[in-house]
Design a protein around this ligand. Structure first.
Ligand SMILES: *[C@@H]1O[C@H](CO)[C@@H](O)[C@H](O)[C@H]1NC(C)=O
Ligand SMILES: *[C@@H]1O[C@H](CO)[C@@H](O)[C@H](O)[C@H]1NC(C)=O
Ligand SMILES: *[C@@H]1O[C@H](CO)[C@@H](O)[C@H](O)[C@H]1NC(C)=O
Length: 457
């Protein structure tokens, strides 16, 4: 009887939280569409030539301006240029500069797979996920083919600025480490210096307690509870990929094509096998949620360095405040009711007492400040296993000239999606943030390359 009522309670909780999430997703989606519509109208009236050439997606390879491109890397559920009917994940911020790229890296794939994808998106060629990793995770070693790289000249002398939102920030860090480790077959000359700067916007640098709230096991940070929101998601993704309707896949793609889950390749038994949890990305733990748990971030961070010649900047977001010793959502009136629930849940997260903490010295209260998706403590800079060099910034001007090799960070009042999808929500803050990021890339973050007038032969 007791067992039964616990299960029933869990089911009810699942139902309610699914409903909340569906409504929440719908809310983001509808405001995104509204935001996009107004952008489209804007375009109609203020079309400029620069914008037209940017919308093409490809940078003009013959353009004589040698500015490094700025690459915007999306987070979980994110998408690049061309998906969702041309909706912009970065809410049109890519139009603020003439050399911006917005890759599409799969919305639920692992940080590792995204980093591989990003390399070939820029350099061109067929995505090579690496033999060892592919075997271990049970997916194809080779993936999508980029006939033409988006920045084929990319190298140490033609480095790139990266801006990552949420999980995107971690993707950039993993890619930079791969470049330093010369991890791409046939590219023996890669180095960390191919990355000129890294900007993290609400970056998932240190993991999030949200992952447990949605259903990851706090014991290992890798497997899922048997009844939880993420199981619903898992089911949906497997069926979506199995049905494999090209036009839908083109519209929105979870990024698991290298797992061959389509009915064409897997057949009905493949579907059953995936659903039973014997194969596929969820069985292998090769998707984004395990990388977002605190344990998952520990595993990643153990190999990631902050490099001395790269500039690092981070914006951590926070929608909470301290009230009589409690952490509570701030600005209750200004917040959307559905987001409010998520912020509140994270304010109250307590690691189960019967489960060992994710690391020695873990304290719940450090993780209570949050933005509805990530904990603020996790977004500022890499802190574990060793804290990386960092400096807290209040006003931009106080950190100039910028030094490479240090994580400058700001804490911004706002929720997790303040800087993406719908620019109207952030109002003037949206422009302030992106203008300062792009200005920093263009004016303050560069390597002192010796000018060699006698080099012209
Ligand atoms: C997926 O299918 C392709 C051919 O369509 C094949 O080359 C590859 O080995 C398959 N991968 C897996 C993991 O089954
Ligand atoms: C790699 O770098 C070395 C020395 O910097 C250079 O001689 C060589 O040509 C480079 N190789 C490639 C494939 O770019
Ligand atoms: C994240 O930050 C906390 C707070 O300083 C630190 O103690 C912890 O080790 C970090 N955890 C991970 C997984 O990086």
């Amino acid at each position: 009887m007791f067992r039964f009522s616990v299960a029933a309670l869990q089911l009810i909780e699942l139902f309610v939280s699914s409903l909340v999430h569906i409504l929440y997703g719908f809310y983001i989606f509808s405001s995104a569409v509204a935001g996009d519509l107004s952008l489209a109208l804007n375009d109609l009236f203020f079309k400029s030539n620069i914008e037209a050439s940017i919308r093409d997606g490809q940078l003009d390879p013959n353009s004589d301006n040698d500015l490094p491109p700025i690459v915007l890397v999306h987070g979980i559920f994110g998408f690049g240029k061309g998906r969702l009917g041309g909706l912009s994940y970065f809410a049109g911020a890519e139009k603020k500069d003439e050399k911006v790229l917005v890759p599409d890296l799969g919305s639920l794939t692992s940080v590792y797979d995204r980093a591989r994808e990003l390399f070939y998106y820029l350099k061109g060629g067929q995505v090579d996920y690496g033999e060892e990793h592919s075997k271990a995770c049970g997916h194809s070693q080779f993936g999508r083919i980029y006939e033409q790289g988006h920045y084929p000249q990319w190298d140490e002398d033609h480095p790139i600025h990266f801006v990552g939102h949420s999980a995107g920030a971690q993707v950039i860090r993993v890619l930079q480490q791969m470049l330093a480790d010369k991890a791409f077959n046939g590219y023996e000359n890669t180095s960390e210096n191919w990355v000129l700067s890294v900007t993290s916007l609400s970056g998932a640098i240190n993991g999030t307690t949200r992952a447990y709230l949605d259903g990851m096991q706090p014991e290992d940070g890798k497997s899922m509870k048997s009844i939880c929101l993420l199981q619903v998601l898992r089911f949906g993704v497997i069926v979506y990929d199995w049905i494999d309707i090209p036009i839908l896949k083109y519209y929105y793609n979870f990024g698991f094509d290298h797992y061959n889950m389509s009915w064409r390749k897997a057949g009905i038994w493949g579907l059953i096998d995936c659903l039973l949890g014997n194969s596929g990305p969820f069985a292998a733990g090769d998707w984004i949620l395990p990388d977002l748990t605190i344990q998952g971030s520990l595993r990643l961070n153990a190999h990631l360095n902050t490099f001395p010649s790269t500039y690092y900047f981070s914006y951590a977001t926070k929608h909470t405040r301290n009230f009589l010793g409690f952490t509570i959502p701030s600005n209750v009136l200004g917040i959307h009711p559905l987001l409010y629930i998520r912020v509140l849940q994270m304010c109250q997260w307590r690691h189960p007492p019967d489960v060992p903490p994710p690391f020695k010295g873990y304290r719940d209260e450090e993780w209570w400040d949050n933005d509805g998706a990530l904990n603020t403590v996790s977004m500022t800079h890499p802190r574990f296993p060793v804290e990386h060099p960092n400096r807290y910034v209040v006003k931009d001007s106080e950190c100039q000239p910028l030094q490479p090799g240090i994580w400058y960070y700001k804490i911004v009042e706002g929720d997790h999606i303040l800087f993406v999808v719908n620019r109207e929500r952030a109002g003037v803050q949206f422009d302030l943030i992106y203008d300062s990021i792009f200005e920093r890339c263009r004016k303050h973050a560069f390597r002192k390359i010796p000018t060699m007038p006698d080099h012209v032969q």
